[in-house]
Design a protein around this ligand. Structure first.
Ligand SMILES: Nc1ncnc2c1ncn2[C@@H]1O[C@H](COP(=O)(O)OP(=O)(O)OP(=O)(O)O)[C@@H](O)[C@H]1O
Length: 205
């Protein structure tokens, strides 16, 4: 579903990671590991097509990926329901009750999102994944602000409602999701000066 080949990605005009390659098939998820600053966010953004790669290629069918950053992307002035309706409309999808149930936000449907706690907001942000229904999820620290119960909700959604239905995922996370997923340590792919050949300034700061 997603193949990354010999990818060099840049941040602030300098190569950060070089030679990254992996394949994720239907029903599989890969966890990206590595210390702060190694380039997990940069890699996910590059795979998502939000910034160009310096070298290498990303192979995925058009319109199959959904990228979720560690920011929630929640519109504070809208209710919880309106937030998810908005995303459903943008992606030409439908909003069904399951999206609320997966992340235990059914009781919060009519709350103004700006009044939610950090963890509730995070769950609303994650519920977008159930709404956009893209087969390949690219998730950057999806469990930030979540308590243990909510981490389990997310893990259950991922395993039972995404991977089990033939979806795939690449996840940057520092925590154990309890799903026994394969991991890719990015440390050996740290770029050197030599990988900067052809790098230039770009807009992502
Ligand atoms: N505007 C910038 N100019 C130059 N370097 C930058 C800029 N923004 C980020 N970087 C550097 O790019 C590298 C990769 O950052 P990135 O956010 O991708 O790492 P990460 O692995 O996701 O980190 P974390 O685990 O802390 O979230 C870091 O060393 C960071 O300091």
């Amino acid at each position: 579903m997603l193949t990354v080949r010999d990818l060099t990605c840049t941040r602030g005009g300098a190569a950060v990671l070089a030679g990254v390659g992996f394949t994720v098939n239907a029903g599989e998820a890969l966890v990206l590991r590595g210390p702060n600053g190694i380039g997990k966010t940069t890699l996910l953004r590059t795979i998502a097509g939000l910034q160009p790669a310096l070298k290498g290629e990303v192979l995925a069918a058009p319109e199959t990926t959904a990228y979720a950053s560690h920011a929630d992307g929640v519109k504070d002035a809208l209710t919880v329901r309106e937030n998810l309706s908005f995303w459903a409309e943008v992606h030409g999808s439908t909003l069904d009750d399951a999206a609320f149930d997966h992340f235990d936000i059914a009781d919060l449907k009519d709350r103004i999102a700006g009044t939610l706690s950090a963890g509730q907001k995070r769950r609303l942000g994650l519920a977008r994944l159930a709404v956009v229904k893209r087969p390949v999820l690219l998730l950057d620290e999806p469990t930030v602000s979540l308590d243990g119960f909510s981490v389990k909700l997310f893990a259950k959604f991922l395993r039972d409602h995404h991977l089990a239905k033939g979806g795939a995922a690449v996840i940057a996370t520092h925590i154990d999701l309890g799903l026994d997923l394969p991991e890719l340590d990015l440390t050996p792919f740290k770029a050197t000066e030599a990988d900067n050949d052809g790098a230039s300034d770009e807009a992502f700061l």
